[in-house]
Design a protein around this ligand. Structure first.
Ligand code: MG
Length: 385
């Protein structure tokens, strides 16, 4: 298998799952690790796993560190490093844990080669959902969602018929500001926004969890993965992050998947699918943690949430606009250039002003991405001015 985004939170957790397996560890061989600029953790993992290749997209040249590589390990550098390394190693399975739209090309490569895609890079589906699901269908390549909510839904749907599904509920922790008043949100700091109550994640997704933009992405992700109409998707705030999502059926039954909030759980599910891997988790104990609560999200305080359904309605390249504008606005907030509530309003303004077009190709996605970033930067300039 290949692990892309190997030094990030998903990549690191994936390596932990593999290294924590018993005899089943022999069923997995990591041939390729890819990261942007992380060096030491990648070299250490490549040596532990005897990888055949490492890809660094953030370096033009790695001649200075080649000496520390495991023997027989090839190095690929530059913008196309991941695709070149995938071509060279031809893994049977790809785990895509890259952050942002940069993960799209690798998702497309995987599906085009008919390989299972273990997808943690939700932006792939947000920006290019129709193209990727079509590639998956044509090449018979499964997309297994590593995102905990979608892994939950995937589990609840096993053995069920599509026509028996009534709706799904994506659970949301509510993020660090779930108890703040709207009037307090302009004053929140970057540090407060990064302090997620239940999940430990990278900066972009942590900010996305504070704005609920991450949940909006997950609405779109669910729409593409499970072919759901807008009215078949709902979001419920569940503070404990134990129920990872739920599916309601037409007979009134609801199935939910439960577990501790630990990404190693959905990662192990995807690695093992269709079987279950033995992994030594300290699991969810209903006796010790008996209270589970559910509440409606507040659209006034979290205006980003409605944009997911809006993007399904708009279709075409709307998801690519959403993602690009959010990347720019989130970076501006992290740099202290805008206040927290401005993230969602910039994204919404860019989305509503954009000329939405039917999605034609990956190049069209990249072109949309560039134009939406420019539009978001222009909004930023107006904000500062
Ligand atoms: Mg999630």
């Amino acid at each position: 298998m290949a692990i892309l985004g190997a030094s990030g939170s998903i990549g690191t957790s994936t390596l932990e799952v593999l290294e924590g397996l018993g005899a089943e560890r022999n069923e997995f061989e990591v041939v390729l690790l890819a990261a942007h600029r992380s060096v030491d953790p990648l070299l250490a993992a490549a040596r532990r796993h005897g990888c055949r290749a490492i890809a660094w997209t953030g370096f033009d040249d790695a001649s200075g560190i080649v000496g520390e590589l495991p023997p027989e390990c090839r190095v690929f550098c530059g913008a196309d490093a991941i695709l070149e390394a995938l071509d060279a190693t031809e893994p049977d399975v790809v785990l895509n844990g890259i952050t942002g739209a940069a993960g799209l090309a690798a998702s497309a490569w995987t599906l085009r080669h008919g390989k299972p895609l273990l997808l943690a890079n939700k932006e792939s589906l947000v920006v290019a959902g129709p193209l990727l699901t079509e590639l998956a269908r044509v090449h018979g390549a499964p997309i297994l969602p590593v995102d905990s909510e979608h892994a939950a839904i995937h589990q609840c749907l096993r053995g069920e018929r599509r026509q028996d599904l009534r709706k799904i509920w994506l659970t949301a922790s509510g993020g660090p500001f779930r108890d703040k008043r709207a009037s307090e949100l302009p004053g929140v700091s970057v540090r407060e926004a990064l302090a997620h109550p239940t999940w430990n994640m990278g900066p972009r997704i942590s900010i996305g969890s504070a704005t609920l933009m991450n949940k909006t992405f997950e609405v779109l992700e669910a729409h593409h993965l499970f072919d759901l109409a807008p009215e078949e998707i709902d979001v419920v705030v569940h503070r404990q992050s134990i129920v990872h999502s739920m599916v309601g059926f037409r007979d009134g039954s609801i199935l939910a998947q439960l577990g501790v909030p630990d990404m190693r759980l959905p990662i192990a599910y995807c690695l093992g699918y269709p079987k279950r891997l033995a992994f030594d988790f300290e699991g969810y104990d209903p006796m010790a943690f008996a209270k589970l609560t559910f509440e409606a999200p507040d659209p006034e305080r979290f205006p980003a949430l409605r944009l997911g359904w809006r993007c399904i309605e708009l279709g075409g390249n709307a998801g690519a606009v959403l993602n690009a504008a959010d990347e720019v606005a989130t970076a501006a907030f992290l740099d202290g250039r805008i206040r927290f509530p401005r993230i969602a309003t910039i994204v919404e303004e860019v989305l509503e002003a954009f000329d939405i077009e039917p999605l034609e190709s990956l190049d069209h996605v990249f072109d949309t991405d560039r134009r939406a970033r420019d539009a978001a930067r222009n909004r930023l300039l107006e904000t500062v001015a």
